[in-house]
Design a protein around this ligand. Structure first.
Ligand SMILES: Nc1nc2c(ncn2[C@@H]2O[C@H](COP(=O)(O)OP(=O)(O)OP(=O)(O)O)[C@@H](O)[C@H]2O)c(=O)[nH]1
Ligand SMILES: [Mg+2]
Length: 240
């Protein structure tokens, strides 16, 4: 059974095949911070306050044989922070465009959010439209069909999630990561190009990790987030 020290050591030698930069954007109050919190901490964020500027977090996931580190930038939706937050869009490989299914207003400006992201992020930006608060079905103001149509017309993926219940919260991140990996594999996206939003992982560290694996034999044991991948069957077997 791994000790706490052992887990810490695992963190120190953490390595990955690719590092992807993601931005989380959309109107204030749509639940961006709660979505990210649930994805990284596996719990609902109680008493979430408006984000001031930008907050950073990360999580490493496994897609097939590939270990992907997601560098996640949670941006403030409030207008007064717009110039600050836009400066973090540069070179993002993925964007989660979040609206609240119980707020038509939060859906109204999506075109502008997407246009900004496409103008400033990676030319190969993969965007996912995320309808959050799917638990609020009784207060729904934006129908699934309408959002799905908008997504298709604008060339983005689409999912509904609930950051409160945890329903589907991993799916948008994994969907975006998987699309980016496919673009790399097909040669459409070159991680070595500046501004691609993708970097290769550190191979030297990877060697250290595999030595540790030989010594201790359980570095690949499921982490505390292992049980959160229950909904990932549809996304091609994430072992995160
Ligand atoms: N019912 C329900 N409430 C949610 C959900 N996600 C977030 N909320 C609530 O929505 C409010 C706003 O959540 P935040 O995550 O802070 O919103 P945000 O998009 O980060 O807002 P800014 O940082 O101002 O851009 C909070 O009161 C949350 O408790 C959800 O899935 N369901
Ligand atoms: Mg926030």
């Amino acid at each position: 059974m791994p000790s706490a020290e052992f887990d810490d050591a695992t963190e120190l030698v953490e390595t990955y095949d690719f590092l992807l930069k993601f931005i989380i954007i959309g109107e204030a109050g749509t639940g961006k911070s709660c979505l990210l919190h649930h994805f990284t901490q596996n719990t609902f964020k109680q008493r979430s306050q408006h984000t001031i500027g930008v907050e950073f977090s990360s999580r490493t996931v496994k897609l097939g044989e590939k270990k992907i580190k997601l560098q996640l930038w949670d941006t403030a939706g409030q207008e007064r922070f717009r110039s600050v937050t836009r400066s973090y869009y540069r070179g993002a490989a993925g964007a989660l465009l979040v609206y609240d299914i119980s707020s038509r207003d939060s859906f109204a400006n999506l075109a502008r959010w997407l246009a900004d992201a496409r103008a400033l992020a990676s030319p190969h930006l993969v965007a996912v439209l995320v309808g959050n608060k799917s638990d609020r079905e009784d207060d729904r103001e934006v129908e699934w069909d309408e959002a799905s149509r908008w997504a298709a017309e604008n060339g983005v993926h689409f999912l509904e999630v609930s950051s409160l219940t945890g329903e589907n919260v991993e799916a948008p991140f994994l969907l975006a990561a998987r699309s980016i990996l496919l673009a790399i594999e097909s040669g459409q996206l070159d991680p070595e190009k500046a501004g691609s939003g993708v970097s290769y992982g550190d191979r030297a560290l990877r060697r250290v990790n595999s030595n540790s694996r030989l010594s201790f034999g359980s570095l690949s044991a499921p982490t505390r987030r292992a049980n959160t991948s229950n909904r990932l069957g549809t996304l091609g077997g994430c072992g995160c």
